[in-house]
Design a protein around this ligand. Sequence first.
Ligand code: ADP
Ligand code: MG
Length: 885
Amino acid sequence: MAPRMNAEIYPASPQRGLSQADAGERLREHGPNSLPEGRPPSLASVFLRQFLSPLIYILLAAALVSIALSDVRDAIFIGIVLLLNGIIGTVQEFSAGRAAAALRSLEQPHATVIRDGLQREIDARDLVPGDLVLLEAGNRVPADVRLHSAENLQCDESLLTGESLPVSKKIGEIEEKGEGTRAFAGTMVTRGRGRGVVSATGASTEIGKIAEMIATRSISRPPLMVRLDRFSRTIAITVGVAIAALFAVGLLRGMGYHDLFLMSVGLAVAAIPEGLPVAISIALAIGMRRMARSNVIVRRMAAIEALGSCTIVATDKTGTLTMNELTVTEVRLPDGTIVTFETGEDLEACALRSPHVGDERAGERAAELLKAAVLPNEALLRREVDGWKGMGDTVDVALLAAARKGGLAKENVPEHDRLIGRIPYEPDLKYAASFHQAEEDVRIFVKGAPETLIDMASRMDRDGEAVAIDRDSLLAQKEELAARGLRVLAFAEGRIARQPNGDYGHGHLVDLVFLGLAGMQDPLRPGVTEAIAACAGAGIEVAMVTGDDPRTASAIARDAGIPFEDDQVVTGHAVRDAEAKGESALDDLTRRARIYARVEPAQKLAIVLSLARNGHFVAVTGDGVNDAPALKHAHVGVAMGRKGTDVAKESADIIVTDDNFASIVAGIREGRVSYANIRKVVFLLVSTGAAEMVLFLLAIPLGMPLPLTAVQLLWLNLVTNGVQDVALAAEGAEGDELSYPPRSPREPIFNRVMLRRVLHSTIVMGVGGFGVFWWLLANGHTESEARNLLLLLFVLFENVQTFNSRSEHHSIFRQGLVRNPFLVVGVVGVQALHIAAMHVPVLSDTLGIAPVSPAQWSVLLLIAASLIVVMEIEKRWDKRMTKLP
Ligand code: ADP
Ligand code: MG
């Protein structure tokens, strides 16, 4: 069958689009608009991967040696432990993979379509051939689209063509295979707007045809994991050297090869914190899940630890600190006349008032200005059963709502039908304009930032007359509105001659007539003031970076409680001047400035980099196309989930689904919890491993028998600690995470405090254990009796140390048991398991253990408890030295 053009098969009404019913049918016929996903690794391969580790090789070798020496029971025990380890690892990896997939689905892109004549947002997967779609700067083209119209439309097609410069899309210029101008699925709209019909979806799209060639997203390993791998390797080498030395000493002491070999394996297992990678994955996975609950989606695992270390948050204003629910409260006409707007649910029942002219004239005088508010306006406002619903940019929606109050609906403005050109709003332009066919010329309406429009205008309106513009009085009016925290927009109109080529653009926006200003209120988000106060307590600074006016920005910052002085408010101009003078001038500026107003999105990157040079660990928020570089280069890029464009989300490390500043702070808190949990696990594993090492380093050179057998060492490390470290990784927040200054990102996990504590607890456990072993042997106990009690003592030490590890700063007795029931159950369970093993013949034979009397058990528990005393003194001491709360 000859290929037919899709566009012919699927004609869509250019105004109404498909009907919902038709779309449903096509969806069944063509399937969802998604690319086939790479198949996840099979269970078997994940399972096998668990055995690819040096530690496992050591254990396998040990098992083989045991078999060769006909010690089959040891070999079986090692085999079972290996198997258990493999199963736990597989389950862990699988559930982590599922969690990641679930989180990814929250990032699902949307598409804006027109169906049944109504514009709506749908899941991009539900898009079908023939759908009428709207394209907008910042978003991915959701399917292959044959364009009907394009305004300043540019697409980044590097994904398909490798060409890094954006491609301009003009209707009628590029004809491809008779299909007209197309925009391709997966490419990014970098500028402008477009509208067209979907010609192909899913695997039939151009990108679908080459989908396999495009590398799937690889999940990078968090730097923390990389650092820990290196740490484990260093330990392995140190341990190797120590073991070799012990081996030599043992040989000189006349120990057999078999015993020596098994001892070496046991010690290697003891000293290498093999539980660490698993425990860390768990800590991070739990952190990810908890963050998702606080409306923070983590796109890169590394962001969890990074969030916990950030020292400054450079935040947007609109939508992040404020609700992004704008209401026009008043309009200022150029002669100073104030027109206020009533507020209420039913827009058409709200009236306009003016204290100067009579109320009946207020609406009339504001009408021309409101026209300029609705014509270059891309939003939609319609009455639905449960009230008025807006769609699109919130500034635009607010303007439409204000116009409604003045009795003006966009559809009913006569000029609306004679639209011949548009300049859509982009943050870097700071304005939007529309061009309309009039009787003999063309009318222009512009709305945008006051400074921009005051520059474009040469005259201003005075009750219907255009008089010479008084820029100073207009700027003063703007200042007055902005100082009240209102967002201020300006309006202007103009006339030009018709252009024969039909091209209208920026160059035509001269000699405009200024129509007036509108002040919009955007209330602070609830919880923002508290979040900013929490930042102050946590040693995190807050900077505001906004495209809005410095007065508005300062007023909002003051309301939100961001601490700043007047000289800490700077504008984009100052930033540009400093940049021109060089890096150090900019660094001087950013060292102090905290409110950055009238900043162009492209300047965000320079600000972020400069803050970083000043020693800050920077989290920056963003939503637009132009925010992408800053999001990518900041230590933590935070994209807004609702307002954010696809470009911003894909450049970010984390996405805040409710756009709320308070959620970012909640994320920081969870980041600190995760990092603290990792430290807790490291402390537990390293301190107990080192203690076992010390035990042997004392016993072997002194010519004493092996204090613990290889199998007993495996039991301690893979079974008892294996349960406890996972429980520790799941610790909840201690509650004071936001009362400490951030940790330096350069500080190693193994910092001075940790090193000292490991040293002290190693002495207690290692030397204490050795003393007990020595005393038992000296008092007539057999070797195996002594080992039985020593092993129990070490299990108790590990139990106690798990509780000690629950808080780095606070007393063990202040840690509520219910905060982590899993841990309590785990520790008690491990102890119970050990006691049970003493009574189960197979286990007790293999482990070489036997039941102990309650009296013996109690004495050993008392000895183990000495570890609590030492660690409590240690914590007290550290607290006094650092004056922590
Ligand atoms: P913010 O940092 O508060 O989000 P923006 O970068 O979104 O500020 O906006 C910068 C300026 O652009 C605003 O102060 C306003 O003057 C202008 N502006 C914002 N939205 C629109 C719009 N929809 N149409 C015209 N101008 C706008
Ligand atoms: Mg904005």
